[in-house]
Design a binder for this molecule. Structure first.
Ligand code: HEM
Length: 409
């Protein structure tokens, strides 16, 4: 029988325990499934790879209405691909998968490298920099250039702060969340203007190769362009998550510092080693704690019938550290990914069929950026002076406490 929590609301538990919340309750109840409430709504919490595969079955757990508006409004937003199901979802998702195909991801990594190199003289003369903040800005300039969305220097800094604040406050409530939503309005106004400019004089043109053109001229099944506001939301759904990979990059810098043998090994820039390292960074970084939706129909779990409409959330962080899937899960060991082994058990960006499910389309992009950043950190002799590098897992999304102060040789 699936147990229920004695004190059902887990909102407070999330504040107290952050990323470890679902696993903490699972361990105490000796189960991988329990009922509780999240902000008042009855929710079935699950952990493990089978549960992740369940929640990413095409059409089985629509995301619309599943998450608090405070998070949706800062992340994917209403009208986005994440809120769609069936044919409409798959059509729009195919666009995302084209935009961030491995070839395009390589071009984005090149743009990142160019912006990183351009920042180095300033970083060197400053002596020490707040690495995560700098990476947010470098990624913003890179993604704007790569997307074909302009790179005016003054505006890029503002946009960088706005895009990062959407990610930083998606898990918060009250004034910090409201402030980030207010900032987002400004970003959306910019995104609408950018879409309008990309469309002007191009009615009936074939979508070009750059991501902005592809998005601006993408047509629905009936041949109409996306409504301007929706196209703007989807533009942000490319820009914001690319900037959010700054968090994987920060954790890559931390892993290099804490695993000097791997840092020496990676200096040879062997692509297979870099891939193993990037996968291990994705597995161990606390980023998306959980994902889920509302059951489209009745289903069976642990021999019980779960009613349609039930909200189901799967523990992504806990599943990436599940000792039944990963040997010594808390050890940082990129070798576990040798030869592509275990990659199919990774769930930091979801799992399943990326076209037909809500699995993230940006995994190749995230990998390409972590790999390129790792090469650049080593080539330019990244150093982390003494500082508080502990990670507070109560904070969602997490970062090392110091924000990572760094210098380059
Ligand atoms: C740090 C890197 C990233 C992380 C941790 C991440 C995480 C995730 C997760 C967990 C989901 C699934 C949400 C759900 O189940 O409802 C998702 C979906 C999505 N991600 Fe990412 N993502 C990252 C990078 C990217 C990039 C680079 C893009 C660029 C296009 C992107 C675009 C999207 C979109 C559009 C969806 C919605 C897909 C759908 O509903 O079909 N993400 N992401």
């Amino acid at each position: 029988m699936i147990p229920s929590l004695r004190i059902p609301e887990v909102g407070l538990s999330f504040l107290l325990r952050g990323y470890t919340t679902i696993s903490w309750h699972c361990d105490r109840l000796e189960t991988d499934a329990f009922y509780g409430r999240l902000l008042g709504r009855r929710t079935l919490f699950l952990r493990g790879l089978d549960a992740a595969r369940l929640v990413y079955q095409p059409g089985a757990f629509p995301r619309a209405g599943a998450l608090p508006l405070s998070a949706v409004a800062l992340l994917q937003d209403l009208g986005s691909v994440q809120q769609l199901e069936g044919h409409a979802h798959d059509r729009r998702k195919a666009l995302f998968l084209r935009i961030v195909s491995p070839g395009h991801a390589g071009l984005l990594a090149n743009a990142f490298e160019a912006e990183f190199e351009a920042s180095l003289p300033r970083w060197r003369s400053a002596g020490r920099v707040a690495l995560h903040r700098e990476l947010v800005e470098v990624l913003t300039r890179a993604v704007l250039r790569w997307a074909g969305a302009g790179t005016e220097a003054a505006h890029a800094g503002e946009l960088a702060r706005e895009l990062d604040s959407m990610v930083a406050h998606a898990g918060s409530f009250g004034p910090p969340n409201w402030h980030a939503r207010l900032l987002r309005r400004r970003t959306e106004a910019w995104a609408r203007n950018t879409i309008r400019a990309a469309r002007s004089g191009k009615a009936g043109a074939e979508p070009g190769d750059d991501p902005l053109q592809a998005l601006a001229l993408f047509t629905e099944a009936d041949g109409s362009l996306l409504e301007e506001g929706t196209a703007a939301v989807e533009l942000l759904n490319v820009l914001r998550p690319v900037v959010a990979t700054s968090r994987f990059l920060a954790f890559a810098a931390l892993a290099l510092e804490q695993n000097p043998a791997w840092a020496r090994n990676l200096a040879a820039e062997d692509p297979a080693d870099l891939r193993c390292f990037a996968q291990e960074v994705r597995r161990t970084t606390p980023f998306f704690p959980a994902a889920g939706g509302l059951a489209a129909r009745e289903f069976q779990w642990d021999g019980e019938t779960v009613a349609p409409g039930t909200r189901v959330m799967v523990d992504l962080y806990g599943t990436n550290l599940d000792p039944r899937l990963w040997k010594a899960p808390r050890a940082f060991d990129p070798d576990r990914f040798r030869g592509g082994a275990c990659a199919s058990a990774l769930v930091p960006q979801g799992t399943g069929d990326p076209l037909a499910s809500h699995r993230c389309p940006g995994e190749d992009t995230a990998l390409a950026l972590v790999e390129r950043a790792t090469v650049l950190f080593l080539r330019h002799r990244l150093r982390l002076p003494a500082q508080d590098l502990t990670v507070d897992l109560r904070r969602i999304p997490a970062l090392p406490r110091s924000g990572i102060v760094a210098s380059f040789g």
